[in-house]
Ligand binder design. Structure first.
Ligand SMILES: Nc1nc2c(ncn2[C@@H]2O[C@H](COP(=O)(O)OP(=O)(O)OP(=O)(O)O)[C@@H](O)[C@H]2O)c(=O)[nH]1
Ligand SMILES: [Mg+2]
Length: 335
């Protein structure tokens, strides 16, 4: 048997194991997808292609929010609730802080300790030290793999700082923001951009003395969203208060998530959204590869630096420099 045949056989076996719900095979496949080695990437794509017919069946939910808002606690409790309904839950943690130390990956797993112990749950922290693009790419593909393994709910955690939330919003069906009541009347560090992505805002830690402040925060979010939503048809974000710690109103929250998902599916918007996400992702990968290939060329690299210096010094306009770079890449001045 040739090496190629061996790999093909191997991929077939992994694909079978994954569609049979084998968690070890799923974890291995995600590792394959995350690998930077060209031969692994080739194998990963072959595997994904083979599993494509089995993907797409999960409710994909993005969960974002400021550090410490209670995202992991929420996912742990929500996950346990969903397992109780007979569902299989996969969690992808796109956590920028996890790239700082290997320790916080363990921390995240510990925070989802109940879920981590369940056989119908699968938790995958994102790889450490990866770029945003890298994390995003592997997360999209990890979602597909988890779906092929029979997980019918996929929860993606991301800290609402930087651009990770946009990336995550572009790979899920329903995007949720976990907020916390503030000390004053300001919206707790939630950026407008994050609000604009939200289908649901859950003000967490609404228990005991916190309830009143949580209700006030919820009112403020409603007002803010009302202003933002002006002019958007078909966008009606929901706000509610919850306590992840006490499992308060997580059922209400899940109902809202499911209602949104069902509405999207019924109107045909879900498949349109997923199709658009897939095409946008193709475009992004292609652009990245194109740029990487161009910059990798010796001539291009030299000119790139030169032109950047000229633009920086104000000796050349950015547009003129870009056109010149394009010419080096073989793009004609007038297309
Ligand atoms: N009182 C109260 N505390 C909570 C609740 N949910 C989470 N916490 C606490 O808030 C802290 C942060 O919770 P995490 O679940 O780790 O928050 P996170 O948003 O995942 O944090 P990062 O992943 O670091 O961004 C922990 O000490 C939790 O115990 C809640 O509903 N009520
Ligand atoms: Mg967390």
């Amino acid at each position: 048997m040739s090496a190629k045949e061996k790999t093909r056989n191997n991929i077939e076996q992994i694909a079978k194991a994954i569609s049979g719900g084998d968690r070890v095979a799923l974890a291995r496949a995600i590792t394959l997808v995350e690998s930077a080695k060209p031969e692994d990437q080739e194998a990963a794509q072959e595997l994904l292609e083979r599993l494509l017919p089995y993907t797409g069946k999960a409710i994909r939910v993005g969960i974002s929010g400021v550090p410490g808002a209670g995202k992991s606690t929420l996912i742990d409790q929500l996950g346990v609730n969903l397992l109780g309904q007979g569902r299989k839950v996969a969690v992808m943690a796109v956590d920028p802080t996890s790239s700082r130390s290997g320790g916080s990956i363990l921390g995240d797993k510990t925070r989802m300790s109940r879920l981590a112990a369940e056989t119908n749950a699968f938790i995958r922290p994102s790889p450490a030290g990866d770029s945003l693009g890298g994390v995003t790419k592997t997360t999209r593909e990890s979602i597909a793999l988890a779906e092929a393994a029979g997980y019918d709910v996929v929860l993606v955690e991301t800290v609402g700082v930087g651009q990770s939330e946009t990336a995550v919003a572009n790979m899920v069906d329903v995007f949720m923001v976990v907020a916390i009541p503030g000390a004053g009347d300001e919206l707790q560090g939630i950026k407008r951009g994050l609000l604009e992505l939200a289908d649901i805002i859950a003000v967490n830690k609404a228990e005991g003395d916190n309830v009143e402040r949580a209700n006030r925060a919820a009112m403020e979010y409603k007002t803010a969203l009302h202003i933002l939503a002006a002019g958007h048809t078909n966008w009606d974000p929901q706000v509610l208060t919850i306590s992840a710690r006490d499992n308060r109103d997580l059922d209400v929250m899940w109902e809202k998530i499911e209602a949104r998902h069902t509405a999207l599916a019924k109107s045909g918007a879900l498949s349109a959204r997923r199709a658009e996400q897939a095409v946008a992702w193709m475009r992004e990968i292609f652009e990245q590869r194109l740029l990487a290939a161009f910059k990798g060329g010796k001539r291009a690299a030299r000119h790139w630096q030169e032109l950047e210096d000229k633009v920086r010094a104000g000796k050349l306009t950015p547009a003129a420099a870009a056109i010149e770079l394009g010419e080096i890449a073989g793009i004609k001045k007038t297309p």
